[in-house]
Design a protein around this ligand. Structure first.
Ligand SMILES: Nc1ncnc2c1ncn2[C@@H]1O[C@H](COP(=O)(O)OP(=O)(O)OP(=O)(O)O)[C@@H](O)[C@H]1O
Ligand SMILES: [Mg+2]
Length: 333
């Protein structure tokens, strides 16, 4: 089954052609960083307008790169939520009209399920059931994955997402937006043990997170160290990153042990973080747990993960209806 995937939930316009939920023929991602950079964060209205400009050329590019034409497309999968309402509406409206015109089925996909399924686009994917840590710009949670479309939430952040903490710390230190990549790069030049920030485990036996305290701790450090902090930025960042990584690694491995799983995955934008990848692999090894992490291109938002997820609904005869609408917040799944 050849599926066209479409993703417009936030600040990337993406389209992809995926065969049978696992083979990527093309994956095109157009980032809007240039549009939002000067504001230090995403401006929703500008994001929607840019999606409108980009959606048609990006879909055409994905189809051309895949070496197919429109009549080869069997079905369409599109992000339905959660995300920015205006941005989601662009993708969903395009998908509905495209599918209607071609007379093919389409399915609305939960963006977070998309991230969790991204790992199935790699060779040697995990076997069910497994535990997944999803850490992205808007969400951070631990999931028990029984099947592609049967996913149970074990715990999630009570305030900021991990990616949001990276972005906010980056902003306060004047390192720009998006913050994750820059922090990852600069932290390599710092000493993570020099400035130690708190680790918020909450209840060590559950799987909820809290990242707003670490952001406040970095803020307080800056405020109490005058201009002196400016020479310590790599150490501050390395200390901050280590604190976040410690908590994420501890909780995902604990969740795997509770569920007696010997496989975990890490997905979402923060899964691109080099220190997190290194630490989780090392910690998991001591417990005999195998770690699955998608390649960097599949960690951030992309449409291949949406097409891959859609396949598992569509092949079982599920499809969305023209009256279905977008949703901004996570709904119970
Ligand atoms: N190397 C990195 N280290 C740490 N964080 C990173 C890295 N690369 C990207 N990020 C973070 O990942 C986030 C973006 O991930 P993603 O695109 O999955 O989030 P989103 O789609 O905006 O949110 P959500 O998936 O929750 O709706 C940003 O917060 C960004 O700073
Ligand atoms: Mg995302």
């Amino acid at each position: 089954m050849i599926i066209l995937g479409i993703e417009t939930s936030c600040d990337e316009t993406a389209a992809s052609i995926v065969v049978d939920g696992s083979e990527i023929l093309s994956s095109v991602v157009s980032s809007q960083v240039d549009v939002h950079y000067k504001y230090g964060g995403i401006v929703p209205e500008l994001a929607s307008r840019k999606h409108i400009e980009d959606i048609v050329p990006i879909v055409k590019e994905a189809v051309t790169k895949a070496g197919i034409n429109f009549k080869h497309i069997d079905a369409l999968a599109v992000t339905q939520g959660p995300g920015l309402i205006g941005s989601l509406i662009v993708g969903l409206s395009f998908a509905k009209s495209f599918a209607y015109t071609l007379g093919i089925p389409w399915i609305g996909i939960n963006h977070l399920e998309g991230h969790i399924n991204s790992v199935f686009l790699e060779s040697n994917p995990p076997k069910f059931p497994f535990v997944s840590l999803l850490a992205s710009g808007g969400h951070t949670g631990i999931y028990y994955v029984k099947y592609h479309t049967d996913i149970e939430l074990m715990g999630q952040t009570r305030d900021d997402a991990a990616g949001e903490a990276f972005d906010k710390v980056s902003k306060v230190l004047g390192l720009g937006y998006p913050g994750g990549i820059e922090i990852d790069r600069l932290a390599k030049k710092g000493d993570p043990a020099k400035i130690v920030f708190p680790r918020t485990y909450l209840d060590k036996s559950d799987f909820d997170f809290s990242f707003s305290g670490i952001k406040t701790a970095v803020n307080r450090y800056i405020q109490t160290h005058g201009d002196e902090y400016k020479d310590q930025i790599p150490d501050i960042i390395a200390g901050f990153q280590e604190s976040v990584v410690d908590v994420l690694s501890y909780k995902v491995l604990n969740a795997a042990m509770e569920k007696r799983c010997d496989q975990i995955s890490i997905v979402g934008g923060v899964a691109a973080n080099s220190r997190l990848r290194e630490r989780v692999i090392k910690d998991a090894e001591t417990k005999g747990i195998k770690v699955h992490i998608p390649s960097i291109d599949l960690c951030g938002d992309n449409a291949a993960m949406i097409a891959a997820t859609g396949y598992h609904y569509l092949k079982n005869g599920k499809a969305s209806d023209i009256s279905d609408d977008v949703y901004s917040k996570m709904t119970a799944s």
